[in-house]
Design a protein around this ligand. Sequence first.
Ligand SMILES: [Zn+2]
Ligand SMILES: [Zn+2]
Length: 375
Amino acid sequence: MLENKINETFGDPDPTGFGTGWWSGVLSAFFGVLAFGGVVCLHFPEWLSSPEVRQNVPMDVVRPLSIVAAIILGVASAILRKKKILGLTGMLFALAATLLGGASVELDETLKSRPAIGLDWFLLDLLLMTLIFSPIEVLWPAYPKQGIFRSEWLLDVKYFLATHLPIRITTPLILLPATHLANFLGNDSALAAVTSLPWLVQFFLAVLVADVAEYWIHRALHKVWWLWRFHAIHHSSKALDWIAGSRAHFIDDIVIRGGMLIPMMFLFPQNIIVAYLLFVTIHATWAHTNFGPSIPWLERFIIFPRFHHWHHTSQPEAIDKNFSIHFPWIDKIFGTYYCPDDGTWPETYGLHNEKIPESFWKQTLFPFRRRKKRV
Ligand SMILES: [Zn+2]
Ligand SMILES: [Zn+2]
């Protein structure tokens, strides 16, 4: 179990259930690192923070709250637990954040907008995702035995870091070719017609266009053998939860996001595209969560986790099914729908009769390696 692995690292082999001070310790460390990262952003704003976040997010509220949370939870953990190392880690990071100036670091507001790594985006992203998805997985899991810190959890954390940390740099890089192509072949009258519609209608159309595009790109990723080598990595997870959704080869990510944005650039204004990118991040993550409850009538119109979990099964009956990511009826139209009406979930996940390496770097190189001849 990974819980044991974390505890081995911290030199703390005690039990990990509720009331043992383990959860308060882990959360204290989480908020401590968050507060510390936030303060580091303030010290190197030109490299690590983004003007949009500086202007729109009350970081001066988020930071002190993280410091306070890390300290309170750290104290709770230290009281409940014999070994104090987890709580102490959280409190030390909170203390370091306070010593570095806490929320009161003066910021040079004259900084020009320029590409930055966007550590503040990342911390906000991590905080939001953890706050939205972790509690529902703990409270209403589809697979209660799985637990948050399942095996391969650390591998998926690496993927989360690798895809979400440089998002401020990769998103414009992906947008750039699509923007140029749309400008080059531009269809101003279609754009004008769409822009005249009410915002909600534009947004719904954007989700629809994106999902039809994503459906065919995703289907190609399964059917074209050399594309499948990239996409197989996303399918190698043997258990799903919100963080497992970030396991994807960077080429897979570029092909899907870049390909889907091309038709969108022709039809939708920038504000709709930005709103869609935010929506897809949340909805695609939601599709992977280990969350059991469902609303059967709604499940037919919009994707609930069970539908995408069937996409990840290694059971033969559901292989190459459920390619859409927002609307399950797109798969019905194109004949690739599989989601039993009785509400059952898959029994096994991962690749069917295929093996890929287990480490992050080996997986990153894997699709570029020559295929071994089958005997
Ligand atoms: Zn797939
Ligand atoms: Zn997936």
